[in-house]
Write a new protein. Structure first.
Length: 196
């Protein structure tokens, strides 16, 4: 448990600023030797990273990729230039780790199946909507699973994680315009599947 003065300071920081400002302040703390800042950063970003990694079709244990993402990030956090948000930088690291894992598996002639890992796209708000939400979620997961890997990543980053096209372009190693096109095509495909 965090000491109350630290907790109060963190609470005030969260109330006062936007996400990028909070992350910058935590990075400064981390670079200054405050180990607690790392815990706060992990708490802030682990869940969205796990959803993103799962959306990329990681067959088992997306948590391992997320953990490796934080290890890499904390190992080079002092060199983070802030040209994009910390969140986008973390997504980029995770995406590269997934690609590395796939290359390694391919070299070993292992088959890397794409799993239906879109469970967080739709969550029921209450018990009465549960059945309808489950059916809708299944249809959305099916539609998203049919997208190309790039479209699926862009769709997840935009719809689930709320990233801007600029941030998506940085994560997906593409241009902002291409990210918009991939998102548009993904939305069109998902709508067509849901309307069928």
């Amino acid at each position: 448990m965090l000491p109350s003065a630290y907790q109060t300071e963190m609470t005030d920081l969260i109330r006062a600023g936007d996400d990028a400002e909070i992350d910058r302040a935590l990075i400064v703390r981390w670079n200054g030797g405050d180990q607690r800042a790392a815990s706060v950063l992990v708490e802030r970003h682990a869940q969205s990273l796990t959803r993103f990694v799962a959306s990329l079709g990681v067959p088992q244990a997306p948590d391992e990729i997320v953990q490796d993402t934080f290890v890499k990030a904390f190992g080079s956090l002092e060199s983070f230039r802030g040209e994009s948000s910390l969140r986008a930088w973390l997504f980029t690291i995770a995406r590269r780790l997934v690609l590395d894992q796939r290359r390694s598996a391919h070299r070993m002639r292992s088959h890397v199946p794409l799993e239906d890992a879109q469970s967080d796209l739709i969550a029921p708000d209450d018990v009465l909507d549960g059945v309808v939400a489950d059916e809708s979620a299944e249809r959305v997961r099916d539609a998203v699973a049919r997208l190309s890997a790039t479209q699926r990543a862009v769709f997840t980053l935009r719809v689930v994680e709320g990233l801007s096209y600029k941030e998506i372009a940085a994560v997906a190693s593409t241009t902002e315009g291409a990210a918009r096109v991939h998102y548009h095509n993904a939305m069109r495909s998902v709508r067509a599947y849901l309307d069928a």
